[in-house]
Design a protein. Structure first.
Length: 269
């Protein structure tokens, strides 16, 4: 009874405050607390309501992590209370709390034909946020190193890197570390920056991007074959066309021409 009182505070402590400190009152205290707070139906409804009231987050990594942790807390609590959390309603509810660009990337990573489940969505979202956090930490480490006066490369090496060929950039991507699913971490195919290729600002137009990877397949971005021989069957997440182009080269999503920089355009395959 003494230990129980020490663990309670606020309203819960007030519920048993009138009972004297004896062994005989311990079972009575437990009964009073269960009557007040042990109603599973009420607790379950609170978790569902909290999920529905959760604000849709921004695309910032920290905001995504915060929302993910809150969603996980409620899902695990519901599962512990005997609720079936593998329902289509919860899939839609979780997706409604994520920004559109994140949903596009998650859908792009999902195999065609697979339906979303709560577990698949949780796994994909966890992997995506972890990759972003790792990329942010790497960028931060590089910034700290440069700020401390360190210099990993000579000026000539930096110049050589900046002027590297497309082939070199593509080869550097194939050597990136992979996660346990075999997917590469997000590195832009066009500028080798730490972001998705479709978010590249250095090469913002379809024309500029095709010019950058001229000689490579515009569907899978690999070298050694043309679009007509490409075996990749994944549909573009923006226009839904299959076996036509990589998602970062979709003319429905990205501008085609940049007349101030490009003298000619590259024909859409």
């Amino acid at each position: 009874m003494n230990y129980l009182r020490a663990q309670l505070e606020g309203d819960a402590a007030y519920v048993i405050s009138g009972l004297s400190l004896t062994n005989a009152n311990y079972e009575q205290s437990i009964k009073l607390l269960k009557d007040r707070y042990g109603q599973n139906e009420v607790i379950i409804n609170v978790h569902y309501t909290s999920l529905m009231d959760l604000t849709a987050c921004s695309s910032q990594t920290s905001a995504l992590r915060k929302n993910y942790d809150l969603i996980e807390k409620h899902l695990r609590s519901l599962e512990a209370l005997g609720e079936d959390i593998e329902s289509k309603m919860l899939v839609s509810l979780i997706m409604a709390k994520l920004p559109k660009d994140v949903l596009i990337h998650l859908t792009d990573q999902k195999n065609d034909g697979n339906e979303w489940t709560v577990q698949l969505l949780r796994d994909q979202l966890h992997r995506y946020i972890s990759n972003r956090e790792n990329a942010d930490r790497q960028s931060s480490d590089k910034s700290d190193y440069k700020g401390s006066g360190g210099n990993m490369w000579s000026t000539s090496q930096v110049a050589q890197f900046d002027s590297s060929t497309t082939t070199g950039a593509l080869l550097s991507e194939t050597k990136l570390p992979q996660d346990h699913t075999g997917r590469k971490n997000m590195i832009c195919i066009y500028c080798s920056g730490q972001h998705w290729s479709g978010e590249c600002q250095k090469f913002p137009t379809v024309t500029a991007r095709k010019e950058k990877i001229k000689g490579h397949c515009f569907i899978c971005l690999e070298q050694g074959h043309q679009q007509k021989n490409c075996t990749v069957k994944k549909a573009c997440v923006y226009c839904k066309q299959r076996n036509r182009h990589h998602r970062s080269l979709c003319i429905k999503k990205f501008p085609v021409e940049n007349s101030s920089e490009m003298a000619h355009s590259v024909t859409e395959p």
